[in-house]
Design a protein around this ligand. Sequence first.
Ligand code: SF4
Length: 343
Amino acid sequence: MRFPLHVATDMMRWQLRNWWAGNKRVPIVLMLEPLHTCNLACIGCSPERYTGDLKDRLPLAKCFEAIEECGAPMVSVCGGEPTIYPEIAELIEGIIERRKHAIMCTNGILLDRFYRKARPHKRLTVNVHVDGMRQTHDFVVDREGVWDKAVEGIKEGKRLGYYVCTNTTVFRETSVDEIEEMVAFLSALDVDGILLSPGYHYEKLAGQDHFLFRDEIHEKFKHILELSRRYPKISSTPLFLEFAAGLRDYPCTPWGNPTYTPKGWKGPCYLIEGQYYGSWKEFFGGVDWDYWESRQDQRCHNCKMHSGFEPSVVRKLGESPRDILTMARWQLADVRNASSRHA
Ligand code: SF4
């Protein structure tokens, strides 16, 4: 089974409960940024995400309030770099106590420190950012040695019994051959999932040549879709990969991954800083979801981010029995110790 049974059933229960209640817009994963402090300054990352002052972090009580108000069954703790957050172990414990699933997204540099403070749990995923093999990754994060540290953290996490996944942003510099090399390498480390998402180009990033335009995304993701048939550890859903490859279309579902930060609830989505809202109610009732769902904004034209469109896969699933079958087969596939189909 691709995702552990307790994760799949919790997600299904949440969807059914909302469907029964007649809720049209359902948050699925809360993107919780408890701090904007980072120990890296990656290319393309907004300066606020790494120059943030640690004293401006969210207090634990605010994090838990956001988790409860939003209600999503999954909480992705990102930032900034969450391993720097002094209360990270308490935050993860609090998420687990609330019977949610925690995903801790990290660059891996301080994972040894995290492993000393936290404990493995079936409701915790450690998600390590890996943007390619050594040279590309260290270029993207703008520091030598980070790839080695991340790989060390993955190996140690697996040894200690954590559920360890990886997350890759595909840039213009990332060749398809390198993606295959990386996927084969990570599969051999027996990671529990490999998520691949395109870094896309929008106006604010003009002048930065690392991000992909829509046609370039389609080209790269046609290859990645084919790779996913040979490397079952790739955990992006087949329907999302078809979308990223330009073989199907979806409206956006920006409310699927709402973002809470030290500045408040960020609308409309994880990527675009339109406005910050003081309360969940103001945010959920205040964003013009019809407008953002339609992708008519210029900043949405090249966007194929998993945070906007994996929730669309879930939302639109009920409309096609064929898609339901594809997803059921995909979820039920045995991916334990699967290095590759041709290994
Ligand atoms: S298309 Fe992308 S940029 Fe636009 S609202 Fe959706 S996730 Fe945000």
